[in-house]
Design a protein around this ligand. Structure first.
Ligand code: SME
Length: 150
């Protein structure tokens, strides 16, 4: 999937403003990019990351993650993208799936406040490039406008 085309399609999904549109975006990402094995959105509620819509072969037991804990919690704390090329070499990593080799976490920020994040696990190591970072930051910005008006 070409990033530019994907952004257009995500924009179309969100513009419909349907109740489940964030789930549709998650489904779209997971089914359109081969290396995006598992895609989830965590939302900050009461200072804890809580799992929202997700798509992938199996559910994760990590449905609530304290800020500052794991790779997800680190990204929420700093507001910066975490791109972990080899999860086994990152001491912060909380394992969800045995097949995961790399992970990217992209904060969803609105007015300097972290509302949540996009978390993607890949079964391939070094799966996420700078282009994925730029693309997913655009997606996170699109989602932030949507989440903050919900
Ligand atoms: N690996 C994450 C936990 C979430 S699962 O990947 C879905 C972490 O280290 O925070």
């Amino acid at each position: 999937m070409i990033y530019k085309k994907a952004i257009q399609q995500i924009s179309d999904i969100l513009s419909k403003n349907e109740k489940d549109c964030i789930q549709h975006v998650v489904d779209f990402l997971q089914s359109s990019f081969e290396s995006y094995s598992w895609v989830g959105i965590y939302l900050v509620k009461n200072s804890i990351l809580q799992l929202g819509p997700w798509a992938g072969p199996q559910a994760t037991e990590h449905t609530k993650i304290p800020i500052g804990y794991g790779v997800c919690g680190a990204a929420a704390e700093s507001g910066r993208i975490e791109n972990v090329a080899d999860v086994q070499s990152d001491k912060r990593y909380l394992s969800c799936f045995l097949s995961t080799r790399s992970e990217i976490v992209v904060p969803i920020v609105y007015n300097d406040e972290v509302l949540g994040e996009i978390d993607i696990d890949s079964d391939a190591s070094h799966a996420f490039s700078k282009k994925d970072e730029v693309f997913l930051k655009i997606v996170a910005d699109m989602l932030s406008k949507h989440i903050c008006t919900c």
